[in-house]
Design a protein around this ligand. Structure first.
Ligand SMILES: [Zn+2]
Length: 213
């Protein structure tokens, strides 16, 4: 199966579905990660918190931990990813080459404007594809006015440590949020595992899902 994960920033994909992607790689599936923004990061008052080069290197290291070699980082500006013809066309081209059987992306109700526009652009570009799952938003951008509905569970018991190790490769983010960040990511996977009778799980909301017999 060809599985593609689309994220707004370097670290979003690992956080949302790193366990799933690591599991898919182990099972021999083709996995591609696409990040729409160059992922540099400033605080609201203009202080540089992560350079573009640092973001790319951290993203590359994190993908390697997951076992994903196919990573594209596009050049849209962080905080200003548009929902536009340009974004949709960029994804059209990527889909035409990779031919995904499964597309993973953000929820359109995620409150970060970049996550939101990435989701809408992916949904537009995925008009001819039948399997689209949306990530569970994570705080601070997950506190929306529309609740996330957990619908599709994936057991990540065997890959939770790989996921956590890939998150720790995002050293700038780890430094910014501290150990609480890592604990919360593991804690949520544990809670989603508990409710689905696994040790650890990741969960998605289905936009469309095809069942083949
Ligand atoms: Zn993000």
């Amino acid at each position: 199966m060809n599985i593609i994960a689309i994220g707004a920033h370097l670290d979003d994909i690992e956080l949302a579905c790193g366990g799933t992607l690591a599991k898919a790689v182990k099972a021999g599936h083709q996995v591609k990660m696409v990040v729409l923004s160059e992922s540099s990061y400033f605080s609201f008052d203009g202080k540089l918190l992560r350079t573009r080069e640092q973001a790319y290197q951290e993203g590359l290291n994190a993908a390697k931990v997951l076992g994903v070699e196919n990573l594209d980082v596009l050049d849209f500006k962080s905080t200003a990813i548009p929902y536009s013809g340009e974004t949709v066309t960029a994804l059209d081209n990527i889909f035409a080459h990779f031919k995904p059987d499964l597309i993973l992306t953000h929820s359109p109700f995620d409150t970060h404007q970049d996550h939101n526009n990435t989701s809408k652009s992916t949904i537009s570009a995925a008009r001819n594809y039948n399997n689209i799952l949306m990530y569970e938003p994570f705080p601070p951008s997950g506190r929306s006015y529309v609740a996330f509905k957990p619908q599709v569970y994936i057991d990540i018991t065997d890959t939770i440590d790989i996921k956590i190790n890939s998150m720790k490769e995002h050293k700038s983010q780890h430094e910014k949020y501290g150990e609480d960040w890592v604990e919360a990511i593991r804690g949520r996977a544990r809670m989603r595992g508990f409710e689905s009778n696994y040790k650890y799980a990741e969960v998605f909301e289905a936009l469309r899902f095809e069942i083949k017999f």
